[in-house]
Design a protein around this ligand. Sequence first.
Ligand SMILES: Nc1nc2c(ncn2[C@@H]2O[C@H](COP(=O)(O)OP(=O)(O)OP(=O)(O)O)[C@@H](O)[C@H]2O)c(=O)[nH]1
Ligand SMILES: [Mg+2]
Length: 346
Amino acid sequence: MKIGLVGFAGSGKTSVFNTMTGLHAPTSFGGELRLGAVRVPDVRIDTLSKIFSPKKTTYAEITFCDVPGEHGSEKKGLSTRALQQIREQDAICLVLRDFDNPAVDSDPDPLRDFEAFQLECSFADLDLIERRLERMKKEGASKQDQAPFERMKKTLEDGRPLRALPSAELDRESLRGFGFLTDRPLLVALNRSESRAAESLPKELADRIAAIDAAGLVLSASVEAEIASLEPPDQAVFLQDLGLSESALTRFIRTAYGLLDLISFFTVGPDEVRAWTIRRGTHARQAAGRIHSDLERGFIRAEVIPYAVFMQYGSEHAVKDSGKLQIEGKDYVVSDGDILHIRFNV
Ligand SMILES: Nc1nc2c(ncn2[C@@H]2O[C@H](COP(=O)(O)OP(=O)(O)OP(=O)(O)O)[C@@H](O)[C@H]2O)c(=O)[nH]1
Ligand SMILES: [Mg+2]
């Protein structure tokens, strides 16, 4: 999964990127698009790996993409190039500045920046839609073909993002090529100064975030950078002193999983213990396809052990002997924490 970090110049995107990925990209210089992968921490994988002692342990991964802000232009907003890069992300994380940055000539005002971003994305989408509609009309397209575009136009003109449209009203599969910005899952990260890192989101902003079906969280890139420089035992103490219970990375990943409705299933064995990320509601056969297309094509059945059941019995053998192994067909809906063995034949 690719999450793009976006926002206005100097909001702390690169700082957030660095704290999340452990990389050391130079801050405050705009610069090029950067990619960094992080593994998704999961104690269940830690535990399974201890039990199986596999040759390889693979965690789920999130790729962060640092989309540089626009510097030196009259327009404070996002460049055409940035907008194009945002279209390529699975999800967007808008980094809002809530600290004093001497390099930016305005006081922090996260709500103002949030609305400006929301407007820019809406205008960009509206522009695409209106141009498309114009062309359809010129080419004499049927009312039926125009309807989804009219509906999207109306939604945006009402000040709502496209993600507000239920899937019954919008055939997203056929519109995917457009890369609409307001249809992307959106995570809003309020980047705070150290002293206010533990304060929750201001109500007004929280309400606005909820109103456009996005998710929000508070973090402080500079606090996280400090945490990263400490030894693990000191990290916990430092977090506690600030009134925080977890690092931003952990909270970020959990919020992103929730927002995108993602869950993990596991495969285990002497070669590899591995986590796989899927959307909630994915069927066994599709899930098998995440592992390999052959497993999807030649799918016969899935042997399923929920993680909790596995831990209760301690081994696959013990689970089988007690008759707790689930044999499931292609339409089985995979649950978070399922350990899967796919039987297949190609
Ligand atoms: N006090 C404080 N300063 C921060 C925080 N996060 C970033 N900064 C500082 O703000 C400045 C800009 O941070 P960057 O991470 O480069 O911001 P950016 O959004 O990547 O900027 P561009 O890519 O140039 O648009 C740097 O001097 C950072 O040290 C924070 O949480 N608190
Ligand atoms: Mg940057």
